[in-house]
Write a protein that binds this ligand. Structure first.
Ligand code: ATP
Ligand code: MG
Length: 430
């Protein structure tokens, strides 16, 4: 019976393992192989005079990255990885790998990101690459668990839609029988409608599609959004929830992913502490004015240079709050006493934006006016507006980018490192 390589300790007498041939060395009378599964690496030592002929011929034939099944005796030996080696009684080639490999799994030859993504299945065999996705998995598990245990209902909303969430040009049109349709840029309108349906606390973790024209290191054309909406909550309450979720993800990684963090050379990994500072938009602009050469003034979007300057000043996670109504979407709730400012927030990592959210407008007529003031036509939003006429709880929510969470957590330089099969301006395959 096969056991995970990690469980083959020096104390075990006999073991059967299955894995990929990581390295292969022939030293005359001895052959050494390293065999790797997702839990670890073991040395298989083949003393040519002492093993059956069948083992010898299989070892002679095998190539790097082939899948092999090895059964034999375990010996404690200090120099080998994990302090043990396996001496085979049987050695079966389960699946022979062709040579040469399109990508070097052992990472002796550095490959650029494009080459790596072209052969992602091989790239992901690299322990350091797999570690990123183990960390992503731990984050997602923590997020799901936190939301389920807080009484959230998981929903699924359509990705093929008839109208834009926020207007604009960021949409991918698709052919939908005889109609034009789009890939949804956000579940925003649907999760709000579920507040109108009385679900109170919903979340969706799913793809969002953005036809961003530009190739940047923090934008994908298909990203994963962790989306939350809560009835009878204001923006402060959902900011507190967002803070909890981010910290829960960091905590889970801190407590379950130590080996992966070590592989990624993140020995100094730290869980951020709450509360994250709440920085009013106006003060954020003042910081940007002091610290950058690019002209920026009240009412402008916070661009990449400003984002970086403010992030350096703040040093760790923070919120930007109290945004001008004019630069936030129509569904963000203006303050009663000053409607030029709204109850919207962005959660920031020092390097970039992680999430946007707000208390939402729940009054039908105000919502119609705000849609109009953005130059959009309320007629195209009838399906969304109708629920606001039949009893709509006040509500708030946010959307958090899963890839940016992982990217910033692990200090990855490119968001594509946090996705198995990224979609960008130039990449549609694999
Ligand atoms: P940015 O200004 O950085 O492009 P945004 O304000 O357009 O982001 P939102 O519409 O607020 O993005 O989406 C909420 C979150 O979803 C973002 O904070 C980000 O984490 C994630 N997100 C949005 N668009 C993308 C994208 N193209 N690629 C990766 N993540 C994205
Ligand atoms: Mg945003």
């Amino acid at each position: 019976m096969r056991i995970p390589i990690q469980e083959v300790t020096p104390g075990v007498e006999r073991a059967e393992i299955v894995g990929f041939v990581h390295e292969l060395r022939d030293l005359g009378g001895l052959s050494f192989l390293l065999v790797r599964d997702r839990t670890g690496i073991i040395q298989v030592t083949v003393p040519k005079k002492k093993v059956p002929e069948a083992v010898l011929s299989a070892v002679r034939e095998v190539s790097r990255e082939s899948v092999v099944r090895v059964r034999g005796t375990v010996k404690a030996i200090e120099k080998a990885p994990g302090g043990r080696e396996l001496v085979p009684e049987s050695f079966e080639i389960v699946s022979l790998a062709e040579s040469p490999l399109p990508l070097d799994v052992v990472e002796k030859v550095p490959a650029d990101l494009d080459t790596r993504l072209d052969s992602r299945f091989l790239d992901a065999r690299r322990p350091r690459v797999a570690a990123v996705f183990q960390v992503r998995n731990a984050c997602m598990q923590a997020v799901y668990e936190h939301l389920f245990s807080s009484g959230f209902i998981h929903i699924t909303t359509p990705k093929v839609v008839a109208a834009a969430t926020e207007g604009g040009t960021e949409l991918f049109p698709i052919a939908y029988f005889e109609k034009e349709a789009f890939l949804n840029q956000s579940p925003q309108l649907y999760k709000q409608m579920m507040m109108g349906a009385g679900f109170e606390k919903v979340f969706e973790i799913g793809p969002i599609f953005r036809a961003e024209e530009h190739n940047t290191t923090k934008h994908l054309n298909e990203a994963t959004s962790i989306d939350v909406e809560v009835s009878y909550a204001d923006h402060h309450q959902v900011m507190a929830l967002l803070e909890e979720i981010v910290i829960a993800a960091y905590r889970r990684v801190d407590s379950t992913c130590r080996a992966f963090l070590d592989l990624l050379e993140l020995g100094d990994f730290e869980v951020p502490s709450s509360p994250f500072p709440r920085l009013p938009y106006e003060e954020a602009i003042t910081i940007a004015q002091k610290k950058t050469d690019e002209p920026i003034s009240y009412g402008d979007d916070i661009g990449t240079a400003a984002e970086k300057a403010i992030g350096e000043e703040m040093g760790s996670h923070y919120f930007i709050v109290d945004w001008p109504t004019a630069i936030k979407p129509y569904y963000a709730m203006p303050y009663d006493d000053d409607p030029s400012v709204c109850k919207a927030f962005d959660l920031m990592h020092p390097r970039m934006e992680l999430s946007s959210g707000s208390q939402r407008v729940h009054q039908h007529d105000l919502l119609v006016r705000q849609i109009q003031s953005k130059g959009l036509n309320p007629e195209s939003f009838l399906f969304y507006l109708t629920p606001f006429r039949y009893g709509m709880p006040p509500h708030s929510g946010w959307g958090l980018g899963a890839e940016r969470l992982v990217m910033t957590m692990l200090g990855l330089q490119n968001i594509r490192e946090a996705v198995l099969f990224p979609r960008d301006r130039h990449r549609l395959v694999p």
